[in-house]
Every structure is written in C-alpha cells, then in structure tokens.
Design a protein. Structure first.
Ligand code: P6P
Length: 335
C-alpha cells in the first residue's frame, strides 16, 4: 500500500525546460526564461477565460483589429497579458500580435528574441464555451542587440523559428511546444498553478480519418479542394470542424487528421495568418512527423512580405496532406 503514497506529482514545465536547456542552440537561459514568461501569461489568461461568464469580459469589445475582425473583450485582455509578460520578462525586443497593426517594440533593446503571437484564436467561441487557444512563434533577432527590432527581424521564414507552441484552453488547459527537438505537451493543474508534463514526445499518426474544413464554403473552394473533400466523404472520413484552429489542430495532432483553410471567395489568400498561426503550427507539426503546406509550398519555406499576411493552410498527417495535394496538382494539370 505504501507504494501508492507519495507518488511523484510529475515533471513541471520549469524543471523540463531546465533539463532540456542543453538542447537549446543558445543555452544561455534566455529562451528558457521566455518560455516561462509565456507560461505565466497563459496561467493568467486561463484564469480570465475560466471566469469569463462571471465577469463582464465576454462579447465584443466594440472595435475591429487590423484584420477587420470584431475584437472580443478577451482578445484585448489576452493581448495585454501576453505583451506585458513578454515586455517584463526582458528577453523579447519586438512582438508581432494579431491584435496590433504594427510590431510592438518592448523597449528591451538587448532582447535577443522576436515573438509572433495570436493571443486568443477562435475567440468568437468564448461565449459558447468552445475550446480556444493562443498560438506563438519565437525567432532570434538578426539585427544587432542594443536597438529596437527591425522588419528584417520580424519577416523571417518559418525555418528560422527557434521555438513555437500553443495553449489550448479546453476541457483541460494544455501548453504544447517545440524548440526544434520534438514536441511535448503539459497539462495545467490549477490547484497547484503548474503545468505538468503529460504528453511527452508527441508524434502525429501518418494518416487518419478526420478532416477539418468549413464545408459551408465548399462552392467557392478550388476544384482540387472540392475533389479532396469528396474523396474524404466517399471514404467515410469524419468531418470535425469546431471553428477554433487550435482545437481542431490539437485533436488532429493527437488522433491523425488534416485541417484545411483554402482560398475561398471571402478569403482569396486563405484566412489564417502566416507569421503567428501557420508558421507556428507548421513547426510543431513537422517536429511531430506531420506536414504543413499552402497546397503546393512548404509553409516554413514561405518568405514573409507583411506582418499580417494570410496564406492557405493544409496541415496534419503527412499522408493526408500529400493526398490533398495530389488533387490540387491534378487540378493544375487539367487547367
Ligand atoms: P471560418 C477563428 O477565427 C479562426 O481564425 C480559426 O480559429 C478557425 O479555424 C477559423 O478562423 C474559422 O473560420 O471562416 O471557418 O469561420
């Protein structure tokens, strides 16, 4: 019976980061501290989300962001919390946020890192209690320390990421991240205020039977996407689309599946943003054995030209992404 007593509580995120620090290309502790800063903000945002129904923080904020989307109150709150945590942490010189038109200079001119972040993705789901998430991407600055970050620091290809991750505020709150040495998932224990390692070395199945796409836009999909959706239907795949990228992505990562946001009539370049949604999830999925393209090009090879540029996204199990691209290629050959 005594072997049940004193069971270890598990590995905290902090201890995991310290143990893995030797894996970091720049093992001087700054990236470790940056990850801790993100985890702190995630705990605060998690608390705000969990109380949303009790405080007057649900619903629209009354303004639009640079995307022309109605900001939700929690979008603004999450944006403030993450920017403040990264500014106070001191490791980040510049932040690209979905909620900010321009890059934010933190004043940490000696900071070595740039963070691109979607502070709260899927926030329209907050009022109906559907999972939402934070998505982040970390780059090392290319300019000299001692001044503000530059556009060259911000507009780096996804292959230059030194870290990426997401927080999913779902039935449980999880932080999933990579620093280029595999993908690990941590579940938040609110009673202790700690993230504990719960999903070590995440690998996504090579294929699956779940496809995530908004079939309401089917009529304006490119022909190849229509053909792939028909292929999924003919093979009796499961359609799972909750309108929250992090929720759909995480489920597909764990079970196998594909998420597609193609070009549509309303979003000719796709809806998702390259810098703080597509690149971050592409880094994670590739580290987990998956694949992410824009339908023809590897997401992480795309050269960014604007902070908030959009791109089509095909991401998930590699064999499913390849199959979708087969239909897209056939479309090109026919045309
Ligand atoms: P649609 C949320 O706004 C989001 O960015 C993703 O989280 C989600 O997958 C997608 O947009 C939903 O967009 O056009 O299908 O409603």
């Amino acid at each position: 019976m005594t072997d049940k007593l004193g069971l270890p509580v598990g590995t905290t995120l902090d201890r995991f980061i310290m143990r893995k620090q030797e894996d970091f290309p720049y093992a001087t502790g700054e990236l470790s501290q940056l990850l801790r800063d993100i985890a702190l903000a995630a705990k605060i945002v998690n608390r705000e989300i969990n109380r949303a129904g009790l405080l007057d923080v649900t619903g629209a904020y009354g303004q639009q962001n640079v995307q022309g989307e109605d900001q939700q109150k929690l979008d603004v709150i999450a944006n403030i919390r993450f920017i403040r945590a990264l500014r106070n942490g001191g490791e980040v010189c510049t932040i690209i946020s979905e909620e900010e038109d321009e890059a934010i200079q933190t004043g940490n001119t000696k900071g070595k890192y740039i963070v691109a972040i979607d502070p709260l993705d899927g926030s329209s789901n907050i009022d109906v209690n559907v999972s939402i998430g934070t998505i982040f991407s970390i780059y090392r600055r290319v300019s000299e320390q001692g001044s503000d970050g530059t556009m060259d620091d911000c507009l780096q290809t996804g292959t230059k990421q030194v870290g990426a991750g997401y927080i999913i505020y779902g039935s449980s709150t999880m932080l999933v991240y990579t620093t280029g040495n595999g993908v690990n998932g941590f579940t938040y224990d609110m009673t202790l205020g700690e993230f504990f390692l719960s999903h070590p070395n995440i690998f996504t199945p090579a294929t699956g039977k779940i496809y995530s796409v908004n079939e309401g836009s089917y009529n304006s999909f490119p022909e190849g996407v229509k053909q792939y959706v028909n292929y999924c239907r003919d093979n009796e795949y499961s359609a799972r689309y909750i309108g929250s990228l992090v929720g759909d992505f995480h489920r597909n990562l764990m079970k196998g599946g594909i998420y597609i946001y193609p070009s549509t009539a309303k979003a000719p370049n796709g809806k998702l943003r390259l810098m703080y949604e597509c690149n971050a999830l592409a880094f994670i999925v590739e580290q987990a054995g998956g694949k992410a393209t824009n339908g023809s090009q590897r997401i992480m090879d795309m050269v960014p030209t604007a902070l908030h540029q959009r791109c089509p996204l095909f991401i998930g199990s590699p064999e499913m992404v390849d199959k979708a691209e087969e239909f897209l290629k056939a479309e090109v050959e026919v045309n």
